[in-house]
Design a protein around this ligand. Structure first.
Ligand code: NAD
Length: 499
């Protein structure tokens, strides 16, 4: 059995706690490794070493730090295939999708190559007689990143890129289900010139997370994961005086107006609903067609598209549309939710239960499932399913559809498909959701914008990556400086009589 340890002070080290968590290959259902769960002593050591390393790194000029990002980006690109393979083997997503996972993280590193421009301060010349006023952006010190299983490459890069290029050291605590990608990223960061200790990858569970939240050295916590944990981490970090941004779960709706191009809307729903087996925080899990005619026509277009989807192991390469879900527990929970949908009166137009893949009978697969006639009181509507299940909630009018989105407790992403610019503008302006797509199903902002949801999809201030991340990972120091006049007269070189 392969053991996965930690990355401390520039090298892989074995865990010493004696506690481990199993790492599965979701495609086969086999345990492929076990990951060490850090003890409080191991965590404290990693933090103390990071604090020492941060002093030099924080004092390194921003352009030199940016050059490390440049080389890091180049290395990620060179090792794209290996990184994607690691992602797929522990997560189960297809290889093309895993490459997308790496790519969307790499794009954040590309923006970090320009970090010096983001770190510029402010300056007011002659704010008073002989007085200049300036504000500096300084690193926070040692910060923590705590990341989920579903984007093992992208989200750690969203965390480490801005934090490190702003001069901080980081303790990264990846998901215990997909720990290997972060370790390889740390190796590449070292090869790119990152000093030892500046990035420590500490694997662990709740015990390590709580240690980070209670550590007096950790200045900020960037978390991504499910809503209950996001809320818990935000509360504990904030009450310990830390800066915290904690991104949570989602229930993303797509409104389909009667004037929408229904073929395009159906394609978008299939991609956004079932891609990565629905294990994306920006997945569309609710379709809201407006008007019975739109709903009937949409379902008719969705069914053949969904029935054509191929589910299987990532090793089948391009021959597969999506893979398994992450664990047996996740699989059972999703199957249970599908059953509850039927019990509560929804119509399963396509039922994904009972899928067996030859040769992969123990893999954690769930077939694509499409529900019609879903209502907001049903569990399949209320819960984030995080599986390949698309629910259709029919609305009579645009206002009713919009209100459904507004009333939902989550506010990560949403989309509208329409041919009418006025409706699209109204939707973008009134909806209370952080990321909005107009004829665009998964509106993850490009890396020079920032990513973040509203309502129960995010706790704390500022968004991830882009300009917000540089504000989050730096603190401002404002200096008021007065220089008295007269000194320069004293240095005059002309020959003059003494006073
Ligand atoms: P999770 O909340 O179970 O785990 C996330 C991290 O928290 C992991 O590192 C885990 O080890 C740690 N953790 C788990 N339980 C903990 C506890 N009790 N105390 C302290 N730490 C704990 O989430 P997940 O299942 O890995 O990821 C899926 C979730 O993440 C979904 O809800 C998805 O919507 C969400 N997500 C959100 C975003 C976003 O940007 N909003 C992006 C990706 C995923």
């Amino acid at each position: 059995m392969k053991d996965i340890g930690h990355w401390i002070n520039g090298k892989r080290v074995a865990g010493t706690s004696g506690r481990f968590s199993d790492v599965y290959n979701p495609a086969t259902g086999e345990i492929q490794a076990r990951v060490a769960l850090a003890s409080p002593e191991e965590l404290d050591h990693a933090i103390a070493e990071a604090a020492k390393a941060q002093l030099g790194w924080g004092a390194t000029n921003p352009q030199r730090r940016a050059r490390v990002m440049m080389k890091f980006g180049e290395l990620i690109n060179q090792h794209m295939d290996e990184l994607a393979e690691l992602v797929s083997s522990e997560h189960g997503k297809t290889l093309p999708d895993a490459k997308g996972d790496v790519q969307r993280g790499l794009e954040v590193i590309e923006v970090c190559m320009g970090a010096p421009a983001m770190l510029k301060g402010e300056y007011t010349d002659s704010a008073g007689p002989g007085i200049d006023l300036y504000a500096m952006r300084q690193p926070l010190g040692v910060v923590a990143g705590i990341t989920p299983f579903n984007f093992p490459a992208m989200i750690p890069l969203w965390k480490m890129g801005p934090a490190l290029s702003a001069g901080n050291a980081m303790i990264l605590k990846p998901s215990e289900r997909c720990p290997s990608t972060s370790l390889m990223q740390a190796e590449l960061a070292k090869e790119a010139g990152l000093p030892d200790g500046v990035l420590q990858v500490v694997n662990g569970d709740k015990q390590a997370v709580d240690g980070l939240l209670d550590s007096e050295t950790i200045q900020a916590v960037g978390f991504v994961g499910s809503t209950p944990i996001a809320q818990y981490i935000y509360g504990r970090a904030a009450s310990n005086g830390k800066r915290a941004q904690c991104f949570g779960g989602a229930k993303n709706h797509m409104i389909i107006m009667p004037d929408a191009d229904l073929d395009k809307a159906a394609d978008a729903l299939v991609g956004a609903g079932f891609g990565a087996a629905g294990e994306r925080c920006m997945a569309i899990s609710v379709a809201v067609p407006v008007g019975a005619e739109t709903a009937n026509a949409l379902i008719e277009k969705l069914v053949p598209r969904i029935e054509k989807l191929k589910v299987g192991p990532y090793t089948a390469g391009n021959d597969v549309d999506f893979g398994p879900v992450i664990t047996k527990q996740a699989q059972e929970r999703i199957l249970g939710l599908i059953a509850s949908g039927l019990d509560q009166g929804a119509t399963a137009v396509v039922d994904g239960r009972g899928l067996k893949i030859q040769g992969y009978e123990d893999g954690f697969y769930v077939g694509p499932t499409l529900f019609d006639n879903v209502t907001p009181d049903m569990e399949i509507y209320k819960q984030e399913i995080f599986g390949p299940v698309l629910s259709t909630v029919r609305a009579e009018t645009y206002e009713e559809a919009l209100q459904l989105v507004i009333d939902n407790e989550y506010g990560n992403g949403t989309a509208i498909y329409t041919a009418d610019g006025d409706t699209a503008r109204d939707f973008a302006s009134r909806v209370n959701v952080g990321m909005v797509g107009i004829n665009f199903p998964i509106p993850v902002p490009l890396s020079y914008y920032s990513f973040g949801g509203w309502k129960k999809s995010a706790f704390g201030d500022l968004n991830q990556y882009g300009p917000d991340a540089f504000r989050f990972y730096t603190k401002t120091k404002t200096v008021t400086a007065r220089w008295f006049s007269g000194i320069k007269d004293g240095a005059a070189l002309n020959f003059k009589a003494l006073d």
